[in-house]
Every structure is written in C-alpha cells, then in structure tokens.
Design a protein around this ligand. Structure first.
Ligand code: NOJ
Length: 491
C-alpha cells in the first residue's frame, strides 16, 4: 500500500521545537537531536513548517528564498543531513511550500518585477477584497500602485497567470525533491488563481477551477520520483469541491479541517466522519484526521470550554476552560482520530497535552493577526510556544511554569502520561485495517468496527458498558464501564 494512505505525520514548527544552540529559538541542530523523540512516538513522517530564509512577518510563511534555510535554523547542508538522519530512523520528511505569496523581501519584489505579482493602478483600493489577517487586501507600493496580498502586507501574492512564476515553482519542487524530501505541504493550496472579472461576493480568490491545472502539473513532477506526496492545505466549505483536489492526477491528500473544527459532540463527529469518507471515496483518496496545528487553539483548551468547536471568526481567546476536562477529552480524541481509516496528523506538543497559552504578554506577540485585526484578535502565538523538554530552557515565547511537569523528560516512562498514551495509541494504530462500520451503542456514544477491531468513544455524561474487553483506554476503566469523555479500543 502507498505509504501516505495511512501515514501518521508529526507536524514540527521548527522555531518552537528544539533549541540546539541555547538562543531560545528552535533550530536544525535541536531538531536533529530530538528526531528519536518523534520516531519513538510511532509516526511515519514529519512535516516541517517553513524553514526558509524569512523576515518572519508571518511565522516564516513570508519566504524570501525558496532554496535555502533561514540562518536562525542552520544551513542547507544541515538540512540535507537532517533529511538523511530522519530517513535512517524510518521517518519521511515533508516540507512546507508557500506558492500563493512570497515575502516583500524576496528578490522578485525588491527588484520591482511587477508582472510576477498582482499590481493595479488606481486611486483607491482596486476592489474590496479583505486580507485574511484583517484590513484591505491591497497596499500601495507608491501612490496609485496597489499590490494584492491575501495575508499580511509583507506577503505579496504571486501572479500565477505568469509562466515565469509557474516555471520557478517547478524548479523549486525539483530542487527539494532532488535533496530527498518526501513531499510538500502546500500552503493555501486553493488560493493561487484569482479571477478579477468575477464579483467580490463570489470570493474569486479561492478555489477557482483552473487552479487544478497547477496541481496536475506538480503531480507529474512528483511522479517522476518514487513515493513522493503532495498534501494540500485548503479550508473549503464544500467537501465535494475539496475532494476535487484529490483526484488521482492531483494532490495525494489534504488536511481535514472539518474534523479539527468539530465540537465535542457524538452527532457532529459522526456527521463529519461520514461526510469526509463519502467525499473522499469517489476520488480514491484517503481521508485525514487532524486535531490541532500551528494556526488554531490547542484542543486541550478548546475541548474544556462550553463551546468546543473552532472558528477563526472567534477563537474565544480567554474564554474560561476546564483544563482537566480538556485533557480527558484530548486523550479520548486521539484514540478516535487514530482509529479512523486514512492518515493522521499530530501537532508538536499535543503528545504532551499542552494547552493554548492565553496569557502571553501582548508585547511579545508576533502574529500579524494581532495588529491587522486592530488588536482585537490575539492570534496564533499561544499555540506556538516552544515545547518543554525538561531542561528549564529560555524560549522566544515564554512557557507557563506548569509546563515543566509536562516536559518530555517528566513524561517519559510514566505510564499514565499523555506521552505514553500517544505512544501506545500510535503503536497499536499501525495494526488497524479495514473500512469503518458504525455500531449503535446508545445516544452520545460513537462506536465503530474495522475488521476485528472496535473503537468506542463516550461523549455522554454517564458511564456506558463496553461491548468487550478493552486493550487500550484513555482512562481507567472498572467493571467494563467506560466513563464520560473517554475512549476504548477493543479487539
Ligand atoms: C496557512 C498557514 O498555516 C498559516 O500559518 C499562514 O499564516 C497562512 N497560510 C499564510 O501563509
């Protein structure tokens, strides 16, 4: 079977993963020494958020050179070593590629090559498109000369109607494929093509039909190599439109954000799971299951709130959360996500049970969302705080003091820890096979079989009787009674 069809992939945000030189910032040396932590979890691959040279106006998603490594992290030579070392540990390496926009410090923008961007002459902003980080999507380079940026002003959108842009990205893909990367996570995969002739209300900067040509082209390139994979980041409301990106000659997989956004509710999860499987089947693509990433509130915090869903429109910053409940649910949630057929993503730190850090001093915030929202949305820094290893590190965003108890050192070998739980879940996950069949075990209970295996998740507020003896549970189970907010795996 193709490895990516059921892979568990660990997401690394390099700046906040492991610091090898003591400057408080994660780097490649740190990551290389900590690769065994990732391999011991039992995942198949890592996905690295951008590691390219960047002015860091959007967490590295403002790339100024697509063929090098930011000096903050190390060198290209070290990156090549890292790829080799990961492979030696049995881990594939997927890197982020950011084709929708580059940094305003990229040589193309600095050298005023306007045809490679979207420039318009006008007295006022050419249209009403909004930046996804707040404010207008247009900024003037000089009076009357506006350029488009769907994100921060320091991230001018590239013009994919220009063949030079297309050729450049073909070359960038080959540059990294030749260096051994196993694939790409494509940032804003739905956004590359813009149709300025359509009305603003149609959102003609997202999911335009002709974007698919680009991925057919990229797929041909990936297929020139062995086993390489293209993973799309698309936040699209319609599962059928989403699945079009996963047709056999386009991307291999994509992130399932409906699952990530889903509130802690049996009916809602069942709907999302059914809709996901139904949308993926016709294109023969594997679904994926995602609980967290570097853009969203960590799920320990979400699941402990009254409103457990996620939405960018209101990330509920500071809304009270019951952390113990969030942790209980997170232990059950990974058992749900890992039991489902398809791929799985694990965001660094979730294996430690980290929560969203909501009390960062505002002056330390780096996410452009904070200032572009007119200081109303505190943005994504709280899920990007460096993860604790247990050596009392000083980090670029400060860790809560309670995190020392959650450090990798503190949790290693402790059988009840979240880390040990993730290790068990991910090890057993490798044995799962077969399609999903729902079982009816009562209201607010999700239960399904895959071949001989059964997964039960109790979303209700009462204990339920398990239909067999569990070999793995998210919490202690006595007398075959699964408590609320808990999961069990049965063979
Ligand atoms: C999605 C990335 O995950 C996010 O971090 C980034 O800000 C935007 N795309 C823009 O590149």
């Amino acid at each position: 079977m193709e490895w990516w069809r059921n892979a568990a992939i660990y997401q690394v945000y390099p700046r906040s993963f492991a610091d090898g030189n003591g400057d408080g910032i994660g780097d490649l040396t740190g990551l290389r020494t900590r690769l065994p932590h990732i391999a011991n979890l039992g995942v198949d691959a890592i996905w690295l958020c951008p590691w390219y040279p960047s002015p860091w106006k959007d967490g590295g998603y403002d790339v100024s050179d697509y063929r090098d490594i930011d000096p903050l992290f190390g060198t290209l030579a070290e990156a090549e070593k890292l790829i080799g070392e990961a492979h030696d540990l049995g881990l594939r390496v997927i890197i982020d590629i950011v084709p929708n926009h580059c940094s305003d410090q990229h040589p193309w923008f600095r050298n005023d090559l306007r045809g490679r961007f979207h420039f318009r002459q006008s007295e006022t902003p050419p249209n009403d498109w909004r930046s996804r980080f707040g404010g207008s999507a247009w900024t003037q380079l000089e009076p009357g000369a506006w350029y488009l940026h769907l994100y921060a002003a320091e991230q001018p959108d590239l013009n994919w109607d220009n063949p030079v842009v297309r050729q450049e990205f073909r070359d960038i893909l080959r540059f990294w494929l030749d260096r051994g990367v196993d694939g790409f996570r494509i940032d804003v995969a739905d956004g590359l093509v813009k149709d300025f002739t359509k009305p603003d209300a149609d959102a003609p900067y997202s999911d335009q039909d002709s974007v698919h040509e680009i991925y057919r082209d990229w797929r041909r390139i990936a297929d020139e190599y062995d086993d390489r994979v293209l993973v799309g980041e698309m936040w699209l409301p319609d599962p059928e439109r989403f699945a079009r990106y996963l047709r056999p000659d386009e991307l291999h997989t994509a992130f399932n954000f409906d699952f990530l956004c889903c509130p802690w509710d049996a009916t809602a999860f069942r709907q999302v799971i059914d809709a996901t499987i139904a949308a993926h089947a016709p294109v023969d693509a594997p679904p994926t299951w995602v609980l967290s990433n570097h853009d969203v509130t960590r799920h320990v915090t979400r699941y402990g709130r009254e409103n457990t869903g996620f939405s960018f429109a209101d990330r509920q910053h500071g809304v009270p959360t019951d952390r113990a409940k969030g942790v209980r649910r997170a232990r059950a949630a990974i058992m749900l996500a890992a039991a489902l057929p398809g791929g799985l993503y694990v965001y660094q730190g979730e294996e430690l049970g980290l929560w969203e850090v909501e009390d960062l001093p505002d002056e330390l915030r780096e996410d452009p969302v904070w200032h572009r929202s007119g200081f109303t949305d505190r943005g994504r820094d709280g899920c990007r705080v460096p993860i604790p290893w247990g050596d009392n590190e000083k980090t670029w965003l400060p860790q809560p003091s309670e995190w020392q108890a959650l450090s990798v050192a503190a949790q290693t070998g402790e059988s009840e820890s979240m880390l040990s739980h993730y290790q068990r879940v991910l090890q057993h996950r490798k044995e799962l096979t077969g399609d999903l069949t729902w079982l009816e075990l009562g209201e607010d209970v999700l239960a399904f079989r895959r071949d001989e295996f059964t997964c039960v998740v109790n979303f209700s507020s009462r204990a339920i009787s398990l239909p067999g003896t569990a070999f793995l549970t998210s919490t202690e189970v006595e007398g075959g009674q699964l408590p609320p907010d808990a999961a069990a795996w049965i063979n």
